[in-house]
Design a protein around this ligand. Structure first.
Ligand code: AMP
Length: 431
């Protein structure tokens, strides 16, 4: 097949066998958010490009990674590279400041970034994000962090590292920036090209550089936590009190900054022990200035975005994913004249009764049908045979070595409904 018909570079198909795992993870997102009082929001996959331009002129995301295009009406649009700006836009557009505060929202959505594809890095990836808008209380920062941690616990990942920092606010950050510039200026000539640009545009991002030379220089850089104004200091101290009350293990990393400009005060990042340093699972922070920057009232807010593709890789590598995919309850195997139509009628009755069932659609031999049933992990096979049908009967066979019995055609559906209920009960007792 020509590559022109392969999925575009950096994207992939999620196939049966995989989709079940995704659904398991998504289910945990919905349940955890329900327990934490977060409601789902769905915003469009594309927005006016200006919205994302607000994420920071000097960020890689805006400079190099956006999928932007003009539509046929000449409007500049961009496929969403992240979820916070659209949610902030929706908050404003729907006057959510008039709702009881904080407004607590979450989403699961694909994100699009023109990045160099590699393991765990795609051009379309998927995030679970949550945002709590409308309060400056540090308790909500703690709640948002605990929501992420609880979600990871529920999917089976407890071996997490949580790094925390405060990057200050418009009152204290300019002073810290100056300190950083003073620190980096004498070393600029041995730092990478990106850092030379960052020095001019956003010196904080220099702390995030992964180049060994640059890391060496930033190792001795001033710490943001030593330059916080009293308000930011208090916010961080209180947040820590809440996290300790919740029994969370965390680590202060005064060099932690995030890739987008809108963050203020709290920033955090979660990684799994099995991932390398540059492969964070997710992160977030406070963005008290974003909504005002979009033209709205001053609205403090905090949130996160967690990468689901990487989470699935980690779960897979750690052997933490339970085998999923139930298989069907019953497979109807047909033999002889008139059997297919009779089986089809029974199949529809079973499905209407909520019993997962399937049958042969290829006119195979009975032997091949038994194989297919096995492949589908059917618990029971119903043999719908011409001879039995003539006597108003079908054969019910248990696949896992159990016996078989003949029963009246009209008994089949109630019998399988009962058996399906029983296996559901036994299954849930076994857990
Ligand atoms: P960010 O919005 O950059 O903070 O990303 C949040 C999380 O999304 C990251 O920690 C990753 O787990 C995930 N992520 C970001 N970009 C990609 C990508 N290109 N491919 C896969 N996952 C990504």
């Amino acid at each position: 097949m020509g590559t022109e018909y392969a999925a575009p570079r950096g994207t992939r198909d999620i196939l049966p066998g995989e989709t079940e795992k995704w659904r398991f993870v998504e289910e945990q997102v919905h349940r955890t958010c329900a327990d934490f009082g977060y409601a789902e929001v769905r915003t469009p996959l594309f927005e006016h490009s200006e919205l994302f331009g607000r994420l920071g002129e000097a960020t890689d995301l805006v400079q190099k990674e956006m999928y932007s295009f003009d539509d046929r009406g000449g409007r500049g649009l961009t496929l969403r590279p992240e979820g916070t700006a659209p949610v902030a836009r929706a908050y404003l557009q729907h006057h959510m400041d008039a709702w009881p505060q904080p407004v607590k929202l979450y989403y699961i959505s694909p994100m699009f970034r023109y990045e160099r594809p590699q393991a765990g890095r795609y051009r379309q990836h998927h995030q679970f994000g949550a945002e709590a808008l409308g309060t400056l209380d540090p308790a909500i920062d703690a709640e948002v962090i605990m929501l992420a941690v609880e979600f990871y616990r529920r999917v089976g990942l407890s071996d997490l590292s949580l790094e925390l920092n405060s990057i200050g606010c418009p009152a204290c950050r300019p002073g810290y920036r100056e300190e950083l510039s003073r620190h980096f200026a004498p070393h600029l000539d041995r730092m990478c090209g990106d850092c030379q640009v960052r020095f001019e545009r956003n010196v904080l991002r220099m702390l995030d550089c992964k180049q060994p030379e640059c890391r060496e220089v930033s190792a001795g850089a001033p710490r943001s936590t030593d330059h916080l104004c009293p308000e930011c200091r208090r916010h961080l101290d209180e947040l820590i009190l809440y996290l300790e009350a919740a029994g969370l293990n965390w680590r202060l990393n005064p060099r932690l900054v995030r890739g987008i400009d809108y963050y203020t005060k709290t920033v955090f990042e979660v990684s799994a022990a099995v991932l390398g340093a540059d492969r964070a699972l997710g992160g977030g922070g406070r963005y008290d200035g974003l909504i005002a920057e979009l033209g709205g009232p001053d609205t403090p807010a905090v949130g996160f975005g967690l990468g689901l593709d990487r989470l699935l890789i980690v779960l897979e590598e750690g052997g933490l994913l339970l085998p999923v995919g139930q298989g069907v309850e019953a497979f109807l195997a047909c033999a002889g004249e008139g059997a297919h139509a009779a089986a089809f009628k029974l199949l529809m009755e079973l499905r209407r009764a909520g019993v997962a069932a399937d049958m042969d659609f290829t006119q195979r031999s009975l032997k091949a049908q038994m194989k297919a049933a096995d492949h589908m992990r059917a618990r029971y096979v119903v043999i719908v045979g011409q001879d039995e049908l003539a006597r108003g009967k079908v054969i019910l066979r248990e696949m896992s070595g159990g016996g078989q019995s003949e029963l009246e055609v009209h008994e089949l559906v109630p019998r399988l409904v009962g058996l399906a209920r029983k296996s559901l009960r036994d299954g849930s007792e076994g857990k």
